[in-house]
Design a protein around this ligand. Structure first.
Ligand SMILES: *Cc1c(COP(=O)(O)O)cnc(C)c1O
Length: 400
């Protein structure tokens, strides 16, 4: 493979062609190296590789050729110098923090992050002397006000789950640079097909590859991307502590990356159509999707994203506070095509009641603050025919 020639290619091509150097077998598809260790030529070769004097594979907790293809391809797609794959999205976030922070450091975390991410920071990392402060994602002045000399990292997801709030990555990266700390962006919802945070000034991107990168709900995995020096630290943690990506999962993700752009465009189209249809229904109070011009994040999303993504949410019109949960549950239970599951990023559309599932850990006050009302429903729009999805939404509405 000619790397110099590839450098001139576009994302669609890179997603298909990067990373694989054909072995002497002449295979066309990327090979799956299911091996835990590697054999040395001689005792001297083993010694040199163990000492790090010579490059080469030693053990699959350190390096694996299939995992390396996935890392190289992700790095090219995100515009990063290097990538480190991990066993899950949570392992990517944990590894980033363990590698790049220490006792006494402070991290500012968006209040609207994935539930386990919030627990990782707020319940686990705090036990190790990391000071965690939660801030409002789209309020730049909140991030500014929370900054102290101890702040070493800003952590966020944009657009947010499930209300699609959008953070200004350019402004936040400038703030991070002024304060000599890193901006870390969980780019799971957009993927590099729709948003490249490093181009907008972020220092590190993390992914749950479990979602759109796989795209068909099969494997768990994650990846961290950034500059060489930072990724050396992250790899140091991963190869020592062991949240390593399995080669089989890396191979599945490689196949996923080949169709990522096509799938993301199709997710965006279906989500846009569904959002517009939902908005017209009398029984629906409000739809949250940045592709709608009324959404507060619309203009910013248009500027920093190539598309608005596949996740949307909406509130049912229910006047009685006490009736809201029952109405949302009736809607969900009346659907037949969409899957009632908390996963997203799948070709299969999923539906969930955030207040009693993904966001159930929040206190009643926190739910109000985060906009997670009892009449809110989240949909991760898949790639089924949009007409069939609309029929299913009608089933939900008719149960109200
Ligand atoms: C799912 C998810 C994660 C966690 O990833 P896992 O692969 O489930 O560990 C992190 N961030 C976001 C935005 C997610 O949706």
């Amino acid at each position: 493979m000619n790397d110099e020639f590839l450098e001139l290619c576009n994302l669609d091509t890179l997603a298909i062609r990067t990373g694989h150097s054909r072995t002497p077998e002449g295979e066309h598809s990327e090979p799956l190296f299911n091996t835990s260790s590697y054999v040395f030529e001689s005792a001297a070769d083993a010694a040199a590789k163990f000492a790090g004097d010579e490059a080469g594979n030693v053990y699959s907790r350190y390096t694996n050729p299939t995992v390396k293809i996935f890392q190289d391809r992700m790095a090219v797609m995100e515009g990063a110098e290097a990538a480190v794959a991990t066993s899950s999205g949570m392992a990517a976030i944990l590894s980033t923090c363990m590698a790049l922070m220490q006792q006494g450091d402070q991290v500012l975390v968006s209040r609207s992050v994935f539930g386990s991410t919030s627990n990782l920071f707020g319940k686990i990392l705090v036990k190790f002397g990391i000071d965690v402060v939660f801030v409002e994602l789209s309020k730049l002045e909140d991030w500014k006000a929370a900054m102290t000399p101890a702040t070493k990292m800003l952590f966020l997801e944009t657009p947010s789950n499930p209300l699609c709030d959008v953070a200004d990555l350019g402004a936040l990266s400038a703030l991070a640079k002024d304060n000599n700390c890193r901006l870390v962006v969980d780019n799971c919802f957009c993927t590099p097909a729709l948003q490249r945070p490093l181009d907008l000034g972020a220092d590190i991107v993390v992914h749950s590859a479990t979602k759109y990168i796989d795209g068909q709900g099969r494997c768990m995995g994650g990846v961290v991307l950034g500059n060489e020096a930072d990724m050396e630290e992250v790899l140091g943690f991963v190869r020592t502590a062991g949240p390593t990506l399995a080669p089989f999962n890396a191979w599945v993700f490689l196949k996923g990356l080949e169709t990522l752009r096509l799938r993301m465009d199709a997710h965006c189209q279906n989500a846009q159509k569904l959002a517009e249809w939902l908005q017209k229904q009398d029984a629906i109070e409000q739809v949250f999707y940045a592709g709608l011009p009324e959404h507060p994040g619309h203009e910013l999303a248009k500027k920093q994203q190539r598309g608005f993504g596949g996740v949307l949410s909406f509130r049912l019109k229910v006047s009685e506070e006490s009736e809201r949960r029952a109405a949302a549950w009736r809607f969900i239970d009346a659907t037949r095509l969409v899957s009632l599951t908390a996963n997203l990023g799948d070709v299969k559309t999923t539906i969930v009641h955030p207040a009693t599932t993904t966001h159930s850990r929040l206190s009643p006050e926190e739910k109000v603050e985060a906009g997670i009302t009892e009449n809110l429903i989240r949909i991760a729009v898949g790639l089924e025919d949009i007409e069939d999805l609309i029929v299913d939404m009608k089933r939900g509405l008719s149960a109200l």
